[in-house]
Design a protein around this ligand. Structure first.
Ligand code: TXA
Ligand code: MG
Length: 340
């Protein structure tokens, strides 16, 4: 983490692609809407611009960035080789909420990949994002546009809350449709592709195209890893965290008497999937999807966490959602939010 945040700079909030693209070409930082969450972009081929992303986010340098392309055809600009299974996934899901980790070309600065031989790439399914990247004429490195470890932004206003004064431009493309970050898949020669992070593309949809995938382990650190050892990239446990303590239950029905009392007093806020169990009263509650849609739950998750964080409560009690489809990404983010 940076001890000293950068001195404040004016941040322009705009819907004008040309303004944002010019800024990217000039080595400046541009937050932009994608279908998943807002990204904090810089020219991926300009190491000093990329370095400013880490400073603005206070992100540790060992956490590599995703490179965003305007079209599938641009993949050769940053990747050396695309295995046949990756080709099939690209064909099926790009543009879309799928990031592939593939061998990088030398033009990609070490800072983008944290020195790894592979680079993470995706083509966002958002017309404004693709127009921005196409007009800038360069691949765009972009992590989520939040301070490191905090909840990802799904509106331009969320970006401004944390990054106003730290970046030059925010390109407002409206609220994000998917609401959780992309699903990340890595390829190791001779092995099944591995899901590194659950996200906005369901594993079931991926497996229908490329067969069984290796799935993330519940624990971020390898079982025998020394205390304090560096977790694998993308596997940091304390992530997506509100500032208030979050307790994660399988269902709200299992809240104990003390929790129920605090919920009823409004001392604890509730993050419910479909609503409250019978007999439970909660003045401060966010319901992810009364209809029980996991897509809707994903779309609403981060904004709901932010509202609960801002509410006059001491903590948050959340419940898991069904662990299938986008529910796996929702549960993954809730688990990490609870870890803090
Ligand atoms: O939907 C998304 O993926 C959003 C939007 C902006 O595209 N981006 C995003 O970026 O979530 P970020 O930086 O918050 O998360 C990217 C994750 C990181 O945790 C990083 O460790 C992992 O991707 N990653 C990036 N490059 C990698 C690499 N070469 N190998 C393994 N993991 C990598
Ligand atoms: Mg992030």
């Amino acid at each position: 983490m940076n001890a000293n945040p950068p001195t404040p700079i004016p941040t322009v909030l705009t819907t004008d692609v040309a303004t944002a693209a010019d800024a990217l070409r000039a080595g400046k930082l541009v937050a932009f809407a994608t279908e998943t969450v807002y990204g904090l972009g810089a020219n991926a081929l300009d190491a000093s611009a990329v370095a400013r992303i880490f400073a603005a986010k206070e992100r540790p340098l060992f956490d590599p960035l995703i490179v965003h392309l305007a079209a599938r055809e641009a993949i050769g600009e940053v990747c050396n080789a695309v295995p046949p299974l990756a080709e099939r996934l690209i064909e099926a899901f790009w543009p879309g909420p799928l990031t592939l980790v593939l061998p990088r070309r030398d033009v990609v600065p070490d800072l983008v990949t944290a020195g790894l031989p592979d680079v993470a790439v995706r083509v966002p399914d958002h017309a404004l994002a693709r127009a921005l990247i196409a007009r800038a004429g360069v691949p765009v490195a972009a992590p989520s546009a939040n301070l490191f470890g905090r909840v990802s932004p799904t509106t331009a206003a969320h970006v401004m809350e944390q990054l106003d004064g730290r970046i030059e431009v925010v390109l407002d493309g409206g609220p994000c449709r998917v609401g959780v970050e992309s699903t990340i898949v890595a390829f190791d020669a001779g092995e099944r592709p591995r899901v590194l992070r659950y996200g906005g593309l369901a594993v079931e949809a991926l497996e229908a195209v490329c067969g069984t995938l290796a799935l993330p382990q519940a624990a971020a650190r390898h079982p025998g890893a020394a205390p304090g050892a560096q977790p694998a990239p993308g596997m940091l446990e304390q992530h997506y965290a509100p500032r208030k303590p979050l307790t994660l239950l399988d269902t709200l029905a299992e809240a104990d008497a003390a929790q129920r009392a605090a919920i009823a007093r409004g001392t604890l806020g509730v993050l419910a999937f479909r609503g409250l169990p019978p007999g439970c009263v909660a003045p401060v509650i966010e319901t992810l999807s009364a209809a029980g849609s996991l897509e809707e739950a994903a779309t609403r998750l981060f904004a709901a966490l932010r509202r609960l964080d801002a509410a006059a409560v001491a903590g948050i009690v959340a419940e898991r959602v069904p662990d299938s489809g986008l529910g796996r990404a929702v549960n993954d983010r809730l688990r990490r939010a609870a870890h803090a």
